[in-house]
Design a protein around this ligand. Structure first.
Ligand code: E4P
Length: 214
């Protein structure tokens, strides 16, 4: 299992690196737009702020040619670390096949159906990224989507992994794993909340009270 940070903030990236349990970063064009008008230069800053592990970069433009140029430029910045994150459309799946052939790792994002997972498997994507909380707000149901993706990838004995995203709380992170996600990505505040439990906190207060400051 791997835990990733879902953010394009350089401060968040540095804070996540310091946590010691964060494996990499996912960004998306909306997160990027909050931080910068120069996404590729900003990717360079994220790579520096988070010194090891994958960074999933999603092109900000949407035609095949634009996504192709931007994904290749992003991957060229750090070929071992950048994963091209592409939405699960027909054009982007065609692009994932071409990039994978050229040795660029790809992830299919905004995944909501087993048919999309099938194509991620066929094109050699390293991850599919279902949006759990967004799905929960629609008829599909959030974790039902993860169930069906896990079932089809298991049936295919696929090397493609499920990276659950759009996770808004610690219980949602745990549920995603229990329903078959291999990995998770979440905002910094959700990652920081993972160990929180009132009984842990009261135990810590009790231990501290046993050793008052002199
Ligand atoms: C995943 O990589 C996305 O950045 C993200 O999790 C999308 O979902 P959200 O906007 O609901 O958080």
């Amino acid at each position: 299992m791997a835990i990733l940070l879902d953010s394009a903030s350089v401060d968040d990236a540095a804070a996540a690196a310091a946590l010691g349990f964060v494996h990499g970063i996912t960004t998306n064009p909306a997160l990027m737009a909050r931080e910068t008008t120069e996404p590729l230069a900003h990717l360079g800053r994220l790579l520096a702020a988070f010194p090891g592990g994958p960074i999933c970069y999603q092109p900000t433009r949407t035609t095949y040619a634009q996504m192709n140029d931007e994904a290749r430029a992003a991957a060229a910045l750090a070929p071992e670390r950048v994963v091209a994150k592409l939405p699960a459309t027909l054009d982007a799946i065609k692009l994932a096949a071409a990039l994978t052939d050229d040795g660029i790792r790809c992830a299919l994002t905004a995944v909501y159906s087993p048919a999309q997972a099938l194509l991620a498997h066929e094109t050699g994507c390293v991850w599919i990224i279902p949006y759990v909380d967004r799905a929960a707000r629609h008829a599909d149901g959030g974790l039902t989507v993860v169930d069906s993706l896990a079932a089809i990838l298991a049936r295919l004995q696929s090397g493609t992994r499920i990276l659950a995203a759009s996770l808004k709380s610690a219980p949602q992170v745990v549920d995603a794993i229990l329903h078959g996600a291999h990995d998770v990505t979440a905002p910094l505040e959700v990652l920081r909340s993972l160990p929180a439990h009132p009984l842990t906190e009261s135990a810590v207060r009790e231990f501290a009270a046993a050793w008052p400051e002199a």
